[in-house]
Design a protein around this ligand. Structure first.
Ligand code: PGA
Length: 236
């Protein structure tokens, strides 16, 4: 089981340091935090005290350097002591123009540089309601698989867009079905994401094919994140 906290655009270096000082990591679960870029150095420093917490970025470019204003390369992340990155989060796809092609390129380059990758996929409410969930997942997962293959450092995250930040989770059955479908396309671990909270973790992660959680809002407080990690540890 792996639990990753996606902090999005929350927590500068000071709050990052305070979080890691307060966070009690339970045994029996792998824990990842994904702070904003400016807080990665503070996180690496804080996590080295809390052995076992891995620090991932929220994105990485596909080139190692160049004229790409606002971007950060996998090699730069490695130099900082970061051990992985998210790619393809739905907010990147929806708000910042990420496509299956750029997500694939980012995943491939990050893996090539030695990073772990959590590649996010998921359908919108409109796509689910029109019966296109599997079509959308197939296109997204195959793009990642084509670019990166069944790489040992690659994980996927199934995050139905309608469940992100809405308080509305997929039912355990919906999650189980989507995870089985994704694994049929690319045989890698799949995390569930979308309104994961301490109260629903055990039920969601208890589903076959759900290998952990990608947590947004509930990862911002050390206590609620630790409660989610404990719930994950208890079923692994
Ligand atoms: P949420 O976000 O847990 O706040 O729904 C999940 C995510 O965006 O990764």
């Amino acid at each position: 089981m792996l639990v990753a906290g996606n902090w999005k655009m929350f927590k500068g270096p000071g709050e990052t340091e305070a979080f890691l000082a307060a966070f009690e990591q339970p045994a029996g679960v792998e824990v990842v935090v994904c702070p904003p870029f400016v807080s990665l150095a503070a996180a690496v420093k804080g996590a080295s005290v809390k052995s076992g917490v891995a620090v991932y970025a929220q994105n990485a470019h596909w080139e190692s350097q160049g004229a790409y204003t606002g971007e950060t390369s996998p090699e730069m992340l490695v130099e900082l002591g970061v051990t992985g990155t998210l790619v393809g989060h739905s907010e990147r796809r929806r708000l910042f123009g990420e496509t299956d092609e750029t997500v694939g390129r980012r995943a491939r380059a990050a893996l090539g540089a030695g990073l772990g990758v959590i590649a996010c996929v998921g359908e919108t409410l409109e796509q689910r309601e029109s019966g296109d969930t599997e079509l959308v997942l197939k296109i997204q997962v195959e793009a990642i698989g084509f670019a990166a293959g069944e790489h040992e450092r690659l994980m996927l995250a199934y995050e139905p867009v309608w469940a992100i930040g809405t308080g509305r989770t997929a039912t355990p059955e919906q999650a189980g079905e989507a995870h089985a479908f994704i694994k049929g396309l690319l045989d890698r671990p799949v995390l569930y994401g979308g309104s994961v909270k301490p109260e629903n973790t055990a039920e969601l992660l208890g589903q076959q094919g759900v290998d952990g959680a990608l947590v947004g809002g509930a990862s911002l407080e050390p206590d609620s994140f630790a409660a989610i990690c404990r719930a994950a540890a208890s079923i692994s």
